[in-house]
Design a protein around this ligand. Structure first.
Ligand code: NI
Length: 170
């Protein structure tokens, strides 16, 4: 297994729309394993393949405190939503920034597991937020798209500065 590099906002590659997975082979299962390892290493609760510059519809999630409830969603589709709720979100691709975002309170999804088996899942609370956040990544969308342009540009400027400093160190 390996820990992968996570793209950071405003990297344009995060705006790529991911393609559906059609072949369930060793490559997909290695990708899923590497994504879990990367997500746990960065102490995230979710990671979409888009964030590691792989533009396939693959998501890994674990919202449990003990980090023992791995959930892999391939080609996920939100088929029902209910209510709205606002909560604070962060993202491994927007490190260090947290903002309030309004999303559906509950979602029902269908997806495939890493073997290509179809399943349905209903989620609320953090899992619901996380699923909606990660599905957005597959569409090239980020949580900062939901906040004001003023706030988004301020985050962009701060991250640009950090990225320039990091590039100098290399
Ligand atoms: Ni994210």
């Amino acid at each position: 297994m390996s820990i992968l590099t996570v793209l950071e906002f405003p990297d344009k590659r995060l705006r790529t729309k991911a393609k559906k997975v059609t072949v369930f082979d060793k490559k997909i299962s290695t990708l899923v394993d590497d994504m879990f390892e990367t997500m746990y290493d960065f102490k995230g609760v979710g990671l979409a393949a888009t964030q590691i510059n792989v533009h396939q519809r693959v998501i890994v999630i674990d919202v449990s405190e003990e980090k023992n409830a791995p959930l892999c969603l391939i080609n996920p589709e939100i088929i029902e939503t209910q209510g709205t709720e606002e909560s604070e979100e962060g993202c491994l691709s927007v490190p260090g920034f947290f903002e309030m975002v309004t999303r559906a309170q509950k979602v029902k999804i269908k997806a495939l597991d890493k073997h290509g088996e179809s399943f349905e899942l209903e989620a609320d609370e953090l899992l619901s937020v996380c699923i909606q956040h990660e599905v957005d990544h597959l569409e090239g969308k980020l949580f900062v798209d939901y906040i004001s342009a003023f706030k988004r540009n301020r985050i962009k400027a701060k991250l640009d500065k950090i990225h320039k400093l990091e590039a100098k160190k290399r």
